[in-house]
Design a binder for this molecule. Structure first.
Ligand code: ADP
Length: 192
């Protein structure tokens, strides 16, 4: 049983599947729902966090991304995740210790739609191809299933705005249930 009063949620998936959009909307929904608003929900965009905290060894021109210093990233995130109520948004999931994470959402998207999203984002062809192939091969989903208990890994479609709405509703209900099961008393002061 986790020692946190509120769960940590990992939103993962191939770049372009909708992690950042989901995470931002989820935090807004949790912060405004009466049963979950006593926590301070925070969207941890790990890409931005890596840059802000300098958890990298430089910029990789070929892949147009930062080479992540995983040890430093884990040290920095260890402090952040302790309080719970974090929505962590990152395109890989096998890095984080199991004890940090209460729910893993793997977003999925049709590969031709994903191609169009990444093209629109201005990604180089090699990066679009690599990500497209990863989505077809279900790389992130397989990594999630290998890294976490089956019952906390949930695959979610992210192709249309209605998918997102339904996903957010589902996750808010899950957080309410988690809080009822593990979150202690419900007077909002986070004291046991
Ligand atoms: P990621 O964080 O996984 O890289 P983003 O959240 O930045 O992905 O989304 C990539 C693009 O796809 C954005 O333009 C976003 O609006 C769009 N998008 C993501 N999910 C959906 C969805 N379920 N329905 C419609 N558009 C979506």
């Amino acid at each position: 049983m986790p020692s946190r009063q509120w769960p940590n949620i990992l939103i993962t998936g191939t770049p372009g599947t909708g992690k950042t959009t989901h995470a931002a909307q989820l935090v807004e929904a949790l912060q405004s729902s009466p049963s979950t608003s006593s926590a301070t929900w925070e969207h941890v965009n790990v890409g931005d966090f890596v840059k802000e905290k300098g958890c990298h060894s430089g910029f990789n021109e070929e892949w147009q991304s930062w080479d992540v210093d995983e040890d430093k990233l884990l040290d920095e995130l260890e402090l952040v995740q302790q309080a719970g109520a974090k929505v962590i948004d990152w395109h890989t999931c096998d890095l984080f210790p199991e004890r940090w994470i209460d729910l893993v959402l793997v977003l999925r998207c049709d590969h031709s739609q994903l191609w169009a999203r990444l093209e629109k984002r201005g990604y180089q062809l090699n990066k679009i191809q690599e990500n497209n192939e990863a989505e077809i091969m279900e790389v992130v989903l397989n990594d999630a299933r290998e890294s976490y208990a089956a019952e906390i890994v949930v695959e979610m479609q992210s192709e249309k705005p209605e998918d997102m709405e339904q996903n957010i509703e589902r996750i808010v209900s899950w957080v309410q249930a988690w809080r009822a099961d593990y979150g202690g008393d419900d007077d909002g002061d986070d004291e046991p």
